[in-house]
Design a protein around this ligand. Structure first.
Ligand code: THU
Length: 133
């Protein structure tokens, strides 16, 4: 990923985060996915009064990417927090969901206690469950 792509991906995730619907946790999340064709797809978390229907930002972005015609995601960025950005690693379900369209070596950008970090998806989700297509 180029520095320009990294900056654009983070900016898109931060922009999407502004639209998050999180009246219960107040933890707003934005995600951005860089597709093979160069397009960036975004998502934000969408909470629900029944809690379990809540959608994570990453899976909203994934749905948006697939609906837009993408089939391969080259990189992902996730940002979140209560107001100011906080450490926000993708949850386990979203790691598995992203693995459907992302290669193991594709980078995921997110904030840890040490600041923004970039790790391959395989570092977040070793021994990924897959089915032969
Ligand atoms: N959330 C995400 O959007 N992505 C994650 O990977 C972790 C959690 C959302 C779900 C919920 O709306 C809020 O963050 C607090 O858990």
């Amino acid at each position: 990923m180029t520095n320009e792509e990294r900056d654009a991906l983070l900016a898109a995730a931060r922009g999407a985060r502004k639209n998050a619907y999180a009246p219960y946790s107040h933890f707003t999340v934005g995600a951005a996915l860089l597709a093979e064709d160069g397009r960036i797809y975004v998502g934000c978390n969408v909470e629900n009064a029944a809690y379990s229907p809540t959608l994570c930002a990453e899976r909203v972005a994934l749905g948006s990417a697939v609906a837009g015609g993408a089939r391969r995601i080259l990189a992902a960025a996730v940002v979140g927090g209560h107001g100011e950005e906080e450490p926000c690693a993708p949850c386990g379900v979203c790691r598995q969901a992203l693995s459907e369209l992302m290669a193991p070596d594709a980078p995921v950008l997110f904030r840890t206690e040490d600041g923004m970090t970039e790790l391959p998806l395989s570092a977040l989700l070793p021994h990924t469950f897959r089915l032969k297509k």
